[in-house]
Design a protein around this ligand. Structure first.
Ligand code: PMP
Ligand code: GLN
Length: 390
C-alpha cells in the first residue's frame, strides 16, 4: 500500500480550497480563474453534446483536436507535428504527465525536476517507483533561476527523464533559452527524455518569450511536450490536455493512458479544437493578468512580504519571513493555516512544492504562493485585507 504521506499525500490544493470554503476567506491558493472561458467555446461543447458526441471518442483524441494541436504548434513555434501519430489527447496535463512518467521510468530510474516543483510532478515520479532528483531554482532579482551547475551535478547514467516546467509553477519563472539549452545538453549527454510541462505557454508578461524545449536543436526527437486547455482558456474543469512528441514515445504514453482513463471528454474535445484556432482569448488573458499581477505584488509588499515578480503563470511567490518572525509563527505552513484568521485570505505554503529538508525547502520555508487569476475587485479586496498584516 502507498503510505498517505510523503510524495503521494493528499494534495495541498484540495486542503487549502477546503480551508477557504470553511472560513469564507478569499481563495488565492488553488490556481483557477473566477471568470469562465469564452462563451463561443462553451457553446461549442453544448452543441457537441446535442449533436451526439456522448460516447467514447477515439483513443488518441478526436481528429479535429489533434489537427488543431499540430496547427497551434506550427503557427506559434514552427514545430512540425504529425496529428495522426505524434499527438495524444489526455485528461488534462495531469494525465499526460502521469502517463509519460509511468511509461518511461520505473524503479532504478532517476527523474530530475525543478524545485520548487508542481506537486503532481513529485507524486507521479513516486507512483512510477522511480527516484526523484530535484534541482534548485534559486531566487534572484530577475526571478528564480536554474542552477545549471547543480543540474549537471544531479544528472547520472540513471537519469531517464528531465521533467521541466516553463513558465514555471509555483515561481512564475520563464526559463531563458540558455537555461533550456543547459537542460537540452544534459538530456543529450545522458540520452534522457525531456518531458516539458508547458501549460502556461501563453501566460507570459513584460515581453518574456516562452521557448518550447522541442524547438531547441536536436530536441524534438527526445521531447514530450505537455500542455492543456485549462489555463490558456480558463476552462480548468474540462480537463482536456495533450502531449506531443516522436511517434514511438507518444505510442508508449498512449499505452499507459489507455489503462488510466482509456479516453477523454468527448464533447469538450471539438470545443477545444475550436478554441485552439483562435489566439485572442489567451492573449487577452495574459494582458489582463499582467495588471492584476502588479496589483497583487504591490499589495503583498505593503503587507510585509518580499516578492519575486513573476514573468509568467498566474502565481507569485511571496516570502513571509518578516511576518513569520513578527507574529511569532513557526514557518510559512503555520502562516498559511493562520492567514484566513489573520487576513481572510488563503495561500499555499511553498513547502508543498519542496522536498522536506532540502536546501530549497529551507530557503523557502516562510514563503507562500498567491494566485492573481481572480477578478480585479476580488484582488483589491484581498490586498485591502492583507494590508492589516503590515
Ligand atoms: N502542470 C502545472 C505546472 C500546473 O500548474 C497544472 C495545473 N493546471 C497542471 C500541470 C495540470 O493541468 P490540468 O488541469 O490540465 O491537468
Ligand atoms: N494547477 C493548479 C495550481 O497549481 C491546481 C491544480 C490542482 O488543484 N491539482 O494551483
Amino acid at each position: 500500500l502507498l503510505s498517505p504521506t510523503g510524495d503521494v499525500a493528499a494534495t495541498i490544493f484540495a486542503e487549502m480550497s477546503a480551508l477557504a470554503v470553511r472560513t469564507g476567506a478569499i481563495n488565492l491558493g488553488q490556481g483557477f480563474p473566477d471568470v469562465d472561458g469564452p462563451e463561443a467555446v462553451k457553446a461549442a461543447a453544448v452543441r457537441a453534446i446535442e449533436q451526439g458526441a456522448n460516447q467514447y471518442p477515439p483513443g488518441p483524441g478526436v481528429p479535429e483536436l489533434r489537427a488543431a494541436v499540430a496547427a497551434h504548434q506550427k503557427r506559434h513555434y514552427g514545430l512540425e507535428v504529425d496529428p495522426d501519430t505524434e499527438v495524444l489527447v489526455t485528461t488534462g496535463a495531469t494525465e499526460a504527465l502521469a502517463s509519460a512518467v509511468l511509461a518511461l521510468a520505473g524503479p532504478g530510474d532517476e527523474v530530475i525536476t525543478l524545485e520548487p516543483f508542481y506537486d503532481a510532478h513529485a507524486a507521479v515520479v513516486a507512483l512510477a517507483g522511480a527516484t526523484h532528483v530535484p534541482v534548485a531554482l534559486e531566487p534572484a532579482p530577475d526571478g528564480f533561476r536554474l542552477d545549471v551547475a547543480a543540474l549537471r551535478a544531479a544528472a547520472s547514467p540513471r537519469t531517464r527523464i528531465l521533467l521541466v516546467n516553463s513558465p514555471h509553477n509555483p515561481t512564475g519563472t520563464v526559463l531563458t533559452r540558455a537555461e533550456l539549452e543547459a537542460v537540452a545538453q544534459v538530456a543529450r549527454e545522458r540520452d534522457a527524455v525531456v518531458v516539458t510541462d508547458e501549460v502556461y505557454e501563453h501566460l507570459t508578461f513584460d515581453g518574456a518569450e516562452h521557448v518550447p524545449l522541442a524547438t531547441l536543436p536536436g530536441m524534438a526527437e527526445r521531447t514530450l511536450t505537455v500542455s492543456s486547455s485549462g489555463k490558456s482558456f480558463s476552462l480548468t474543469g474540462w480537463k482536456i490536455g495533450w502531449v506531443h512528441g516522436p511517434a514511438a514515445l507518444v505510442t508508449a504514453v498512449r499505452t499507459v493512458k489507455q489503462f488510466l482513463t482509456y479516453v477523454s471528454g468527448a464533447p469538450f474535445q471539438p470545443a477545444i479544437a475550436q478554441a485552439l484556432a483562435d489566439d485572442a482569448a489567451p492573449r487577452e488573458l495574459a494582458a489582463s493578468l499582467a495588471a492584476r499581477r502588479d496589483l497583487l505584488c504591490e499589495g503583498l509588499r505593503a503587507a510585509g512580504f518580499d516578492v519575486v515578480v513573476p514573468r509568467g503563470t498566474y502565481f507569485v511567490v511571496a516570502d513571509g519571513t518578516r511576518l513569520v518572525e513578527r507574529l511569532g509563527l513557526a514557518d510559512g505552513v503555520e502562516l498559511s493555516r493562520r492567514l484566513p484568521d489573520l487576513a481572510g485570505v488563503v495561500a499555499i505554503p511553498l513547502a508543498a512544492f519542496c522536498r522536506a529538508g532540502s536546501p530549497t525547502h529551507a530557503r523557502l520555508r516562510h514563503a507562500l504562493r498567491f494566485t492573481f487569476v481572480k477578478r480585479e475587485a476580488v484582488l483589491r479586496e484581498a490586498v485591502e485585507r492583507l494590508r492589516g498584516l503590515g
